[in-house]
Design a binder for this molecule. Structure first.
Ligand code: AMP
Length: 120
């Protein structure tokens, strides 16, 4: 799938729509999910244009990948989740349930996160 520069996270990166910013570094931006599924629900997105996890991990430069993961770890730490625990989720494609086609990691915690997968 080609990257669609009109996706909602691309618009956030360009400042065209607001976000509830949590943190930022050279490679990535973190903001609160607009529809939180846990007391802490932060999204971390690379600043580069990547459709999904497959696109990001196969084409991003090592510095982008390390900077992205540094911000994931930082926001979890700064949210006070290291001792209590947290869950990282990156949905890829249809079966993964991906809705926004700009790669992102969900950082979720502040409560027991329950079973990893509920089968329907
Ligand atoms: P996914 O299903 O992994 O693609 O997750 C997309 C996430 O983006 C969902 O959890 C949405 O609640 C969240 N989301 C959509 N639009 C916005 C927005 N404008 N600001 C913050 N989070 C958003």
């Amino acid at each position: 799938m080609a990257y669609d520069s009109d996706n909602i996270f691309a618009k956030i990166l360009r400042g065209e729509i607001p976000c509830d910013r949590v943190a930022e570094n050279d490679q990535a931006l973190a903001f609160n999910d607009i529809s939180p599924q846990a007391p802490v629900h932060i999204l971390v997105i690379p600043k580069g244009a990547y459709v999904s996890s497959d696109d990001f991990y196969s084409t991003a430069e090592p510095a982008e990948i390390s900077g992205f993961h540094a911000l994931v770890a930082q926001v979890a730490r700064d949210a006070g989740l290291v001792e209590s625990g947290y869950r990282l989720i990156a949905n890829h494609g249809a079966d993964g349930g991906q809705e926004v086609f700009h790669f992102h990691m969900h950082v979720m915690g502040g409560q027991p996160m329950g079973p990893m997968v509920v089968r329907r």
